[in-house]
Design a protein around this ligand. Structure first.
Ligand code: SAH
Ligand code: SF4
Length: 364
């Protein structure tokens, strides 16, 4: 099997070239071709000797997951369904805005954590994505969209908020993050790359030391009793430990706040009393809140909070001085909302029967 070069970070590619008897700078040269130029054909890498190009054709390949479906919304939002083999597929979603282009990437096929409101969780865990399958989402999306008028790739921001829990696929997720940040690769700033976690405390600590990027934490409840039900991993890493890890993270984080995500579920976690409890809970953690109206999916058993409840909840947080964003509807004519992707992937025949879903803008 040829070696997929998208599976290598900079150090690994350098080592691989050394094994082939090549100089270390070849790694940087090839990385620039792959990522800066978006080149997948060794033949086109014109500053490599013909003998090296031939060797690479024999030993290596540049391969991204195959796209099995793609959709474009009227507002420019795009999503691609990617085949990751063994019957699994994941989605990647591009969200254009005036001042940025954000790609929402997946890190696992399915998820083991089974949050009660998430359709990826309902699918169960299938497998971890490889580095090439994660970074390949970015490569593919940039390649498809093409460079802008200034000669830059359109994706300026990445959020690891697609399918799966990135900190439970730690090695591959972090290797992909490092590639995104590396100057020879995409050179994205740490502030423009956000990892979202349901609260894997040891993973948060490790990320702080090894690759601190902007952090989003899925909170969803103001106390352990409710969070134990909604986000079962809370039973292992309860709120006190999670919030302490958030505070530690800020010592090294590229931003001076944590983003807390909070899905609003009608009659479950959206009361004024719960908002007040939440304010007390996070009092010691510099944070912003991202309120996410629940995206329904069949048999979820939950409803999205109504507009008044969302407004009241938001008011309470804002009155205490917390900055709050509420995700806005985007791409309503394609189906690509948070936590809904897996259901669509699992049963593709149903896609046309489902009501058009909503995609929510990702803002930090
Ligand atoms: N596993 C990570 C990242 C992927 S989920 C995490 O849980 O943070 C990304 C975000 O989508 C999380 O905040 C998650 O709670 C939210 N989400 C999941 N299902 C949702 C749904 N049905 N409606 C709205 N948001 C949902
Ligand atoms: Fe997994 Fe995140 Fe969905 Fe929970 S919300 S089941 S952690 S993908």
């Amino acid at each position: 099997m040829p070696q997929n070069l998208l599976d290598f970070d900079v150090a690994q590619l350098t080592a691989w070239f050394a094994e082939q008897g090549e100089k270390p700078f070849r790694a940087r040269q090839v990385l620039r071709w792959i990522y800066k130029s978006g080149e997948a054909d060794f033949e086109a890498m014109s500053d490599l000797a013909v003998s090296l190009r031939n060797k690479m054709k024999q030993l290596a390949c540049i391969q991204v997951p195959e796209v099995i479906h793609q959709e474009l919304a009227t507002d420019g939002t795009r999503k691609w369904l990617l085949d990751v083999h063994t019957g699994n597929a994941v989605e990647t979603v591009y969200i254009p805005e005036a001042d940025r282009g954000t790609l929402c990437v997946s890190t696992q096929a399915g998820c083991a954590l089974n949050c009660s409101f998430c359709s990826t969780g309902k699918q169960g865990f299938n497998r971890n994505l490889s580095v090439s399958e994660i970074i390949g989402q970015l490569w593919w999306a940039n390649h498809q969209l093409g460079k802008n008028a200034e000669g830059n790739w359109p994706i300026s921001n990445v959020v690891m908020m697609g399918m799966g829990e990135p900190l439970l696929n730690y090695e591959h997720s972090v290797a992909a993050l490092r590639l995104m940040l590396d100057d020879h690769v995409y050179g994205l700033s740490r502030r423009r790359v956000t990892l979202s976690t349901s609260g894997i405390v040891p993973g948060i600590d490790r990320l702080r030391e090894e690759c601190p990027v902007a952090l989003a934490v899925s909170l969803h409840a103001p106390n352990d009793k409710l969070r134990d039900q909604l986000v079962p991993i809370n039973q292992k890493y309860p709120l006190k430990e999670l919030l302490a890890a958030c505070t530690r993270y800020l010592e090294k984080a590229p931003r001076d706040f944590i983003t807390f995500e909070y899905v609003l579920l009608d009659g479950v976690n959206d009361s004024v009393a719960q908002a007040r409890e939440l304010v007390r809970l996070v009092a010691d953690v510099p944070c912003k809140f991202n309120l996410i109206p629940f995206n329904p999916f069949p048999q979820s058993g939950y409803r999205c909070s109504n507009t008044n409840a969302i407004a009241r909840f938001r008011e309470v947080l804002m009155e205490s001085g917390i900055v709050v964003t509420t995700r806005k509807t985007r791409g309503a004519d394609i189906q690509a909302a948070c936590g809904q992707l897996a259901g669509l992937v699992q049963d593709k025949t149903r896609r046309t029967l489902l009501k058009p879903l909503q995609l929510y803008e990702v803002r930090q």
